[in-house]
Design a protein around this ligand. Structure first.
Ligand code: R2B
Ligand code: URA
Length: 286
């Protein structure tokens, strides 16, 4: 952070050190959950409200970042739920401001988890993947950030104990297919993930399958668009972090997401249910 900064404006969150009492608003936060969509993160806060047995029905949770239409933020007890949009640039901006917020608020022992959707590789749609290592599109455990014109390479390791703790929680939920594996993070949903159904496509179906099979052989079990940046930033800032994504399809079988809205809605509940189980266990609620 800028040395000697006397006021810090968290522009995209519409929060700041002079305009808000950040320690009073956030000092007791212990869990931060981030996910792409504002509506899903609102639903997650409402769900956590019920899971934690907090007073009221939680339906009227307020958007703490209502003054900005970039991201949405809700809280339920010690849990903060924030949207990050799609892709690395969007999550990076949010994380810089979120991590400064946690610092200004003097939060301690925070666990941060990305809950999201992804394309699976060689696993049944609806499976939940807990990431051990986020890899780039060459299957390397690295995040490359251009800083002042130079490429800086950062590690993308996540907290192994937290991943195991999440896997143990998943075992206690009936009919809940869950595994630990590498997650590949790309800069694009279409060509970047080897899809043939984008507006343009520069490779054959054989080349696509050869690439996805190489990814599988390198240990990749799902593909999404934020995990390397998330792992790198959280790791460098000393936050214990995990990535938990449900798979919406098996990419070895196709490119289009054909499941019904009802099925997709139920799939998207799965990472939320797993995180709720972890938080309840950590808080001694069962
Ligand atoms: C998963 O889903 C989104 C693309 O549909 C992207 O944000 C991601 O990582
Ligand atoms: N999100 C992705 O990034 N890829 C998919 O295939 C599905 C969801």
């Amino acid at each position: 952070m800028t040395p000697g900064l006397c006021e810090d404006i968290l522009y995209h969150l519409d929060l700041g050190t002079k305009t808000h009492n950040l320690p009073a608003m956030f000092g007791d936060i212990k869990f931060v959950c981030v996910g792409g969509s504002p509506n899903r993160m609102r639903a997650f806060a409402q769900f956590m409200h019920r899971e934690l047995g907090l007073a009221g029905d939680g339906e009227d949770v307020a958007d703490i970042c209502a003054g900005s239409d970039r991201y949405a933020m809700y809280r339920a007890g010690p849990v903060l739920s924030i949207s990050h949009g799609m892709g690395i640039p969007s999550i990076s901006i949010m994380l810089h401001e979120l991590i400064k917020l946690l610092h200004h608020a003097k939060c301690r022992d925070v666990t941060i988890i990305r809950i999201g959707t992804s394309g699976g590789l060689g696993i049944k749609a609806g499976s939940v993947v807990i990431t051990d290592t986020a890899v780039d599109s060459s299957f390397q455990p690295r995040f490359e950030q251009v800083v002042l014109g130079d490429v800086v390479v950062r590690s993308t390791e996540l907290d192994k104990d937290l991943a195991e703790e999440l896997l143990a929680c998943s075992r206690e939920i009936p009919d809940f297919p869950t595994l630990i594996g590498h997650t590949m993070c790309t800069y694009d949903f279409y060509e970047g993930q080897g899809r043939l159904d984008g507006a343009l496509c520069s490779f054959s179906s054989e080349k696509k399958l050869e690439y996805l099979r190489r990814a599988y052989d390198a240990g990749v079990r799902n593909i999404e668009m934020e995990s390397t940046a998330f792992a790198a930033l959280c790791g460098l800032c000393g936050l214990k972090a995990a990535v938990v994504c449900v798979t919406l399809l098996d990419r070895l079988e196709g490119d289009q997401i054909r499941a019904s809205h009802e099925v997709l809605w139920e799939y998207q509940q799965r990472p939320q249910r797993l995180i709720a189980a972890l938080i309840r266990k950590r808080l001694g609620l069962g």
